[in-house]
Design a protein around this ligand. Structure first.
Ligand SMILES: [Zn+2]
Length: 202
């Protein structure tokens, strides 16, 4: 990631996932913090993606030429099983092609349930079983079914179903990410926290 004239050069837009995005400076850079004598210590800039119109905020430090961006390009936690993690990544990168992204999110959900030993039957059956076992809440179940149905629309190229929008794809991806957090990231974080706690017992 680096500045190039009025552009920010980065691999992908963190919002829409397009590669080599056209991220254009909006307004002027402003000074965020000063060192002694009012010398700028850091600058802030806002860039806008020409494709999805969303913004990226960048903090730069002239002293060390380091850049930090928000939102950062998404990388998924290593706590998520590899197959599900890859499917999430693909779903995110495909957000510009909603139907493809939705199929990716559904595949991620499928892999996550399998990793938690919900292997028998259709996705529908396994989602119900996970809710019965209180692995997911009833609300999560309702949301999951919505995701499943929309993914089916894409797979079966249903003539009557309206084309999926980028917004729908993003909503479904958010569900898949929430599920990953609930099933894998939070439990792993709690486990690590307990191991670090003084007087923790194995
Ligand atoms: Zn974008």
């Amino acid at each position: 990631m680096k500045f190039s004239g009025n552009n920010l050069e980065t691999e992908r837009c963190p919002h829409c996932g397009i590669s080599a995005p056209n991220l254009v400076l909006v307004g002027n850079p402003f000074i965020g913090a000063t060192a002694g004598g009012g010398v700028p210590k850091e600058y802030w800039r806002v860039f806008q993606c020409a494709r999805c119109r969303a913004g990226v905020m960048v903090r730069s430090n002239p002293a060390n030429s380091g850049l930090q961006a928000w939102p950062a390009a998404t990388t998924y936690s290593e706590d998520i099983p590899a197959k599900a993690r890859n499917a999430l990544r693909e779903a995110r990168l495909a957000l510009g092609t909603p139907s493809l992204s939705i199929v990716g999110s559904a595949r991620a959900i499928d892999h996550m349930l399998k990793a938690r030993d919900y292997k028998e039957g259709s996705l529908y059956v396994r989602i119900n079983k996970a809710a019965e076992d209180h692995v997911i809440t009833e609300d999560m179940k309702a949301w999951a079914h919505e995701v499943r149905l929309e993914a089916n629309d894409e797979r079966h190229a249903d003539e009557d179903a309206p084309d999926a929008t980028e917004e729908e794809a993003a909503r479904i991806l958010r569900f898949a990410e929430a599920l990953a957090e609930l099933l894998f990231e939070l439990p792993a974080r709690v486990k690590r926290g307990r191991q670090l706690a003084p007087g923790a017992k194995a």
